[in-house]
Design a protein. Structure first.
Length: 460
């Protein structure tokens, strides 16, 4: 097909429908946990058509391009889908690739990436994000997809204002809270929430007293659209706007709350201490998973790297003002909206830290907390214990003996580590050896398991 700048007509926006047999993924999604985000209100983004048009006109002028038609490849045929993954696949060929072609023609480099595409410096796992390349891994634009039979996204403004009880309304509100969370965690100004039939273009804004999202809606099946703007033009314009001005930090930051939760009292403090003592009193106990106010956790996104079941990122945990200093931590972060099972594994690992609490600070990291943020992120906050033993390092006898000794301390407690690998042995600046990633740690069932793990160290 062909299109042209700056209006980018796009008649082949490939439609999708349910499988003829009617089979599809569940209408109900997982229940949301609380507290929700701090989004207070939504207002229309009245300047959206002019904003995207001007962004395209400016980019066209910078690239020295004429408004003559040019070809782009796009999947324009109808496709049947039965779950969200199929919508992702269709969107990649029918929409994302055409957007990338136009943007690259405008001499702006970048692409849409999905979770697992390298070590993108991002907190959480939105369905897609726009990055500009290896040198700039932080996402400039967040994109989240839903199925229309689980979240119809009919009127998000009303949904947010009135807190509906019907399933589609509630799950549409959950979707809105989810993308707003991703935008906030990563300090993004722009986001797109869509179920393919309805696309909400979002921009973070703020009044003097509340967190705000500006919105503009384009409906695929609307016979009387309020404005003639193609889907391709809207998406290209959003990418250009995000490339030019993606970062959003609140101009009116909230004061740092004086505790881990939204409110603090001495009763809350005593309850927290009792919970920790109670959990630590049992070998199979559990640290409580607390709701962490996002204002108390400052992630260093540039440090983010993908782990086996989430991301590992350094952070500063802001302590109550009457304590001496904040805590530097290494956080294992899981997006429980996308990967609920991985969130459960963090609970398993937290129990291992309870069982081995006497080894914390000696051969395993100190445990700083098990938290959930806005029902989206779940994380373990741990003491930084240096860097992993490099794969290409020659392990001498002294280092190997230190690794064996650290593992032996876990064995003496009756447990095996469960994943003996170089990446799980960390070395501090003073040369002390720590074992990390205890998600496979468990009580040994046979003496031979101890022997096998020691042999595995010798083979590293």
């Amino acid at each position: 097909m062909t299109t042209s700048l700056p209006d980018l007509p796009f008649p082949n926006y490939g439609n999708i429908e349910l499988e003829p047999g009617g089979f599809h993924s569940n209408v109900r999604t997982s229940c949301w946990t609380y507290p929700r985000t701090d989004l207070a209100t939504m207002i229309p983004w009245t300047t959206f058509p002019g904003d995207v048009h001007q962004a395209i006109v400016s980019a066209t002028a910078r690239a020295g391009l004429a408004p003559t038609p040019f070809p782009i490849s796009a999947w324009g045929e109808k496709r049947y889908v039965e779950n969200e993954s199929k919508i992702h696949s269709h969107a990649q060929y029918a929409l994302h690739e055409p957007v990338e072609q136009v943007v690259n023609r405008l001499e702006v480099r970048g692409r849409f990436v999905s979770p697992g595409s390298g070590n993108t410096a991002i907190i959480g796992d939105p369905d897609f994000s726009w990055i500009m390349g290896p040198a700039q891994q932080h996402p400039k634009l967040i994109v989240e997809y839903k199925t229309w039979w689980a979240a119809d996204l009919t009127d998000l403004h009303a949904v947010h204002a009135h807190r509906p009880r019907d399933v589609l309304g509630r799950q549409s509100l959950d979707a809105l809270q989810q993308i707003y969370g991703y935008m906030t965690f990563n300090e993004n100004r722009f986001g797109i929430l869509t179920n393919w039939r309805r696309v909400w273009f979002l921009r973070r804004a703020e009044t003097l007293d509340r967190k705000t999202l500006e919105y503009f809606l384009i409906e695929l099946d609307n016979p009387n659209p309020p404005l003639a703007i193609s889907m391709l033009k809207a998406w290209v314009g959003m990418v250009l706007l995000a490339n030019d001005d993606w970062f959003y930090a609140s101009p009116n930051p909230d004061p740092i709350p004086p505790a881990r939760n939204f409110t603090w009292s001495w009763n809350v403090g005593r309850a927290w201490k009792r919970a920790v003592v109670h959990a630590g009193g049992y070998a199979d106990g559990q640290y409580p998973c607390l709701a962490l106010d996002f204002r108390l956790c400052r992630f260093d996104r540039s440090s983010a790297r993908r782990g086996a079941t989430g991301r590992v990122v350094t952070a500063e945990l802001l302590k109550p003002t009457f304590l001496k200093r904040d805590v530097s931590a290494v956080c294992k972060v899981v997006d429980v909206q996308q990967y609920p099972a991985a969130g459960d594994l963090l609970g398993v690992e937290a129990r291992a830290y309870v069982a081995l609490q006497n080894l914390q600070g000696t051969v395993i990291p100190r445990f700083y907390g098990f938290y959930e943020v806005w029902g989206i992120l779940r994380l373990l906050a741990l003491e930084p214990v240096g860097k992993a033993i490099p794969e290409d390092e020659d392990i001498d006898q002294t280092l190997r003996m230190s690794m064996r000794a650290a593992l032996q301390r876990i064995h003496d407690a009756g447990y095996i580590h469960g994943d003996v690998a170089r990446r799980n042995f960390c070395r501090t600046g003073s040369g002390n050896i720590f074992l990390v990633d205890l998600e496979m740690c468990r009580l040994a069932t046979d003496e031979s398991e101890f022997v096998n793990e020691i042999h595995q160290v010798d083979e590293l």
